[in-house]
Design a protein. Structure first.
Length: 381
């Protein structure tokens, strides 16, 4: 068991850090405040190979391991968790196409996804089906053997309206998980429309919107995988997605800890720097310890997924649950250590706190993570 990053991983981390601190960090607050989707800045990340990180090189991707991708996402999120959050979903869909699409589909979609010319969205959640995703109602009715006609609505879709291709879980068969298929819908398809971008607490540098399917017809060649395989495809993608979101939480919490350390050394009260108070030193010690524990869990889960371990789903759920809860708490403690200044936007911590809050909700809520973990525990007990 080797806990050190190797030379290649250190170089990758340094490249990501330099890029994120140079190209994203100076703009992150403005993107948040203005609700700006920074397409060019995301394409610049794709230019460094961060758009399709775990897609094999043979398919045009970067061919990184899950662990290496987690290292990159932590660095990017240290600058901007919201923009990185979008990139994690883009990467997740890239992996789904690399893993499940046929050669013709890969040739059609992957080059644009790798370069960032084509941004992609993952469409599972519906207004009436969130945690209970297998109950989804969007219908894809087969029209002979040639096409599907999609009718329904997806909710909370990251990138909705700004992205070019929508990977949609829709019902082609009967009730339950086995009746769901995975179908790609291009933005220009007739009958596809978007709700207004939702007004949100955080994740403001990317739109989140309802996606409406009003008799959208797509050729059967747009179905990814077999009929009835869609739910399995969607769930298998979430193991990696959860590790990626957890890695984003690590980056956000790390920045907040750094900001808090700088602040307590600078800020004086009762005639001395507040860093002199042992109560605050203990708080900082706990924040650093908990961040380290979270990172170990995320890297352990990533290694399990890389190894194809049967424990990967459970470990991903554990890492997502622990890291996203813990890292949000670290941001909150950092805000507290800033006193009133923590509540002021110029001091940045509040943006990280807002952005990391949703990590406890999406890619499966942290209650659903507990459902997954407990189910496995009881199965194997
Ligand atoms: C900013 C943002 C971006 C998102 N991006 C995407 C996206 O790109 N694609 C996509 O498909 N979805 C996306 N989502 C949707 C997200 O995955 C769902 O919001 C999430 O899965 C929860 O579903 P829900 O909101 O319907 O909550 P519900 O399922 O209604 O849950 C409400 C509460 O009940 C709890 N609960 C539900 N069932 C159980 C249970 N069995 N045991 C214990 N507790 C339970 C939940 O944990 C939660 O606390 C996004 C959401 C947000 C906010």
């Amino acid at each position: 068991m080797d806990f050190e990053l190797n030379e290649t991983q250190r170089a990758l981390r340094d490249t990501a850090r330099e890029f994120a601190q140079g190209e994203w960090a100076p703009h992150a607050a403005a993107w948040d405040a203005g609700g700006v989707f920074p397409a060019d800045a995301l394409r610049a990340a794709c230019g460094l190979g961060f758009g399709a990180m775990v897609v094999p090189e043979a398919l045009g991707g970067t061919g990184l391991s899950r662990l290496e991708a987690a290292i990159v996402f932590e660095e990017l999120a240290a600058a901007d968790p919201s923009t990185t959050g979008f990139l994690t979903i883009h990467n997740m869909v890239a992996w789904m196409i690399a893993r499940y699409a046929d050669g013709a589909q890969q040739a059609r979609w992957l080059p644009g996804i790798v370069s960032g010319e084509t941004f992609v969205s993952y469409c599972l959640t519906e207004p009436g089906a969130g945690s209970d995703a297998a109950s989804l109602a969007t219908r894809a009715a087969a029209q002979g053997n040639t096409s599907y006609r999609l009718t329904g609505q997806k909710a909370f879709i990251s990138g909705g309206g700004a992205t070019d291709l929508y990977l949609v879980m829709a019902r082609t068969g009967g009730a339950g998980a086995g009746g769901i298929s995975c179908i790609a819908v291009p933005r220009e398809a007739a009958g596809l429309s978007f709700g207004k971008p939702e007004k949100k607490l955080g994740w403001n540098s990317q739109p989140t919107a309802i996606v409406n399917f009003d008799g959208v017809v797509v050729p059967v060649e747009n179905r990814v995988g077999e009929e009835g395989q869609g739910f399995r495809i969607a769930m298998s993608a979430l193991d990696g997605g959860r590790i990626n979101i957890a890695a984003c939480s690590l980056g956000g919490a790390r920045t907040c800890l750094d900001l808090a350390l700088a602040h307590v050394k600078e800020r004086r009260a009762f005639g001395r720097p507040i860093a002199d108070f042992q109560a605050l030193q203990f708080k900082l010690a706990d924040m650093a310890t908990e961040l380290e524990a979270a990172r170990l869990m995320v890297h352990r889960a990533a290694a399990a997924l890389d190894a194809g371990s049967h424990e990967a789903t459970q470990r991903s759920a554990m890492a997502k649950r622990y890291a996203t809860d813990t890292c949000w708490h670290i941001c909150d403690e950092a805000l507290q250590l800033h006193g009133g200044y923590g509540y002021i936007k110029d001091y940045q911590v509040e943006r990280y706190l807002r952005d990391l809050r949703v990590h406890r909700i999406l890619e499966g809520t942290n209650e659903i993570m507990r459902v997954i973990i407990a189910r496995k525990l009881l199965e194997t007990a």
